[in-house]
Design a protein around this ligand. Sequence first.
Ligand code: OAD
Length: 231
Amino acid sequence: MRVVVLTGAGISAESGIRTFRGSDGLWEGHHIEDVASPDGFRRDPDTVYRFYNDRRRQLLQPEIQPNAAHLALARLEEKLGDDFLLVTQNIDDLHKRAGSLRLLPMHGELRRARCSACLGLPDWDGDFDEKTKCPACGKSGHLRPHVVWFGEMPLYMEDIYTALAQCEVFAAIGTSGNVYPAAGFVDVARRQAGARSFELNLEKSLVHNAFEEGRYGKATEIVPKWVDDIL
Ligand code: OAD
């Protein structure tokens, strides 16, 4: 059974990481466009560097750990092996820490920097800013967070669409369906592969009508149960 799972911020909420679109419409007190767009970065790079430095520091707090939903997906992968693919919109590394290996972080990774001079993607656990030198090429002024911003192309798209076109089961977990192309993956899986489709979320997403089945509740409760059911 070939399975593709897409995850979003909701799967990490119970690990203590706030989702993007909280009830106040802000991401940790900021308008999303200010801290997640090339324009926002050009306008005020200091704020953007500081914002991701704060997110990275938060992610590395000892109390932030993978939860039962991340672990359940790692268990599903253990059973399915190469028939499983996990695509995440999250920039945290909680799936990796839970043991997921066949994992494509389509919106980038908080614990990496990107150098526009040498195109390197160094691992990064500390702070960095405009003045920081790239450890690979030694140039400063070229590092930015390795995060896909609005208006930029998500990563791994070819591999993702190939897997969607061949899957028998597609599930979207903890994502609000606001951001494309991810919000349209369900249509691709259904149209091109005839996949069974599941939405698992706290509440109905913007695209809930596109799914055959919806299960609503906390990820730590509904995801382990769903994994048991499909296995
Ligand atoms: P959102 O913050 O838009 O949506 C999170 C979803 O998770 C909402 O539908 C919540 O109802 C649901 N949720 C919250 N707590 C939950 C829980 N405990 N269990 C299950 N579901 C829960 O986050 P995303 O859809 O991931 O992009 O956002 C998509 C993209 O928008 C992000 O990757 C980011 C952002 O701009 C970039 O940074 C490029």
